[in-house]
Design a binder for this molecule. Structure first.
Ligand SMILES: Nc1ncnc2c1ncn2[C@@H]1O[C@H](COP(=O)(O)OP(=O)(O)OP(=O)(O)O)[C@@H](O)[C@H]1O
Ligand SMILES: [Mg+2]
Length: 285
């Protein structure tokens, strides 16, 4: 299977500031790839490079084998982009925004109706974008990105600030797109999204990728975060490493019948993420 998205030793400086440092990644066709990382890590900037809106200072990025600095109009038509303030006209209605792009992409207006229904925007089709709620704007932004039936979708925090119901609708639309063969590159702060939607994820910290793999692989790598949480009969809660070192303590609890409840907690992406963030912050001091 060939790589739809590929970067090699990609770096970007803004003036003297390094914003992306030596990023090499690949996303095979048909995969959902998630880029995680704290605010300011460089996620949006990387999407801008991958979609040809910014050029890297060093290295390169390729989409469908083509350098993103040289994407043709034909290649742009195969890309859908959903990011803040991207391509929505506040004063135009929901319908007119989509009609405008349908003309640019030479897509028949007849597909707009279906998209509006699918996104739950049919009843708001005459509303100006400036009067939409955040969730509606996000859905319109996704509709706009899907209008040209793209092979590759770039989604910058597609569910940020949305209620769980709307977020779930967006997740099922993305799963549907994956089924249709689209390759999806998304950024997120949402660990559920990363864990359940993405085949592979990478963690970006201060412009560098500091961890990558499938969500399962990453969690297994941090197995030392696996803990035992014990509630004692006197109400005290104790957290111990789930390993040999805790055996004597647990034996003592068992022999004296002190334990009311005992659970093991697996590392989650969230605990791994927090540990990595803390260790990077310590390194930076
Ligand atoms: N045009 C620009 N000129 C100078 N610096 C910029 C520019 N665009 C972004 N930056 C800087 O690059 C860094 C990365 O920004 P970016 O928006 O990519 O982060 P992010 O990971 O998307 O954060 P968030 O999660 O908050 O969206 C930030 O420190 C930001 O201030
Ligand atoms: Mg961003």
């Amino acid at each position: 299977m060939h790589n739809t998205i590929f970067t090699q030793n990609l770096s970007l400086h803004f003036a003297s500031r390094q914003v992306l440092d030596n990023i090499s990644l690949h996303v095979p066709e048909g995969e959902i790839f998630g880029l995680l990382g704290p605010s300011g890590a460089g996620k949006t900037t990387l999407i801008k490079i991958l979609t040809g809106q910014l050029a890297p200072s060093h290295g390169y990025a390729k989409l469908l084998g083509r350098d993103t600095k040289k994407l043709s109009a034909q290649e742009h038509r195969q890309i859908g982009i959903m990011m803040d303030n991207f391509g929505l006209y506040d004063r135009l209605s929901v319908y007119d925004n989509l009609a405008f792009y349908a003309d640019i992409y030479q897509v028949s207006h007849s597909s707009i109706d279906g998209l509006l229904k699918n996104m739950g925007l049919h009843e708001s089709q005459d509303t100006a974008v400036s009067k939409l709620s955040k969730g509606m704007k996000n859905r319109l932004s996704l509709a706009r990105a899907l209008l040209n039936n793209p092979k590759i979708l770039f989604l910058d925090e597609p569910t940020a600030g949305l209620d769980p119901g709307t977020a779930r609708e967006i997740h099922s639309i993305l799963a549907e797109q994956k089924k249709k063969g689209a390759t999806i590159f998304l950024t997120t702060h949402n660990m559920f999204e990363a864990e359940h939607l993405c085949s592979h994820i990478a963690l970006l910290y201060d412009g560098s990728i500091i961890e990558r793999g499938t969500p399962d692989q990453i969690c297994q790598r941090y197995n030392h975060l696996n803990k035992l949480r014990i509630t004692l009969k006197d109400g005290k809660a104790v957290t111990l490493d789930n390993g040999k070192a805790s055996a004597i303590t647990v034996k003592e609890y068992l022999e004296n019948e002190k334990i009311a409840a005992i659970h093991s907690t697996e590392p989650t992406l969230e605990t791994v993420f927090m540990e990595l963030k803390n260790s990077q912050e310590l390194k930076g001091v």
